[in-house]
Ligand binder design. Sequence first.
Ligand code: FES
Ligand code: FES
Length: 153
Amino acid sequence: MTSITVTINGTAYEGDVEPRTLLSDFIRHDCGLTGTHVGCEHGVCGACTVQLDGEPIRSCLMLAVQANGRSLTTVEGLARDGELHPLQAAFRECHALQCGFCTPGFLMSIEPALRSGASLEEPAIRELLAGNLCRCTGYRGIVEAVELVLRDP
Ligand code: FES
Ligand code: FES
């Protein structure tokens, strides 16, 4: 076992993990942050997306030991003072989720692009979403949510 400390949403989490432990499993099982979902476990679906130093990554493709000493943001870190992040509010407004399994991954993939201040038209929005799979919505509502938050951040 290896002792690691990972800062997640501003809080330091310590744990003893096997070298093969996936970061997604550390986040969910050791830290109890179950907002990060696990679907395919091989980098395809995007459900496990979190941010490492502000950039989206697949937490099922990284080992927990590789995150030692690093800083992560998970979906639990988006809301502030009990208020949904504007992107979360836009998802609710535009019916951009049904079962919600994919939603944390979409939010964590999209949010850095919004933070960068990029102005995005629909083709670029769809490209931004291309790394995340949703089996329910048909993507229309998700595109509309991103358009809404770009119009009214
Ligand atoms: S669970 Fe990580 S990409 Fe699907
Ligand atoms: S809302 Fe069900 S998978 Fe996307």
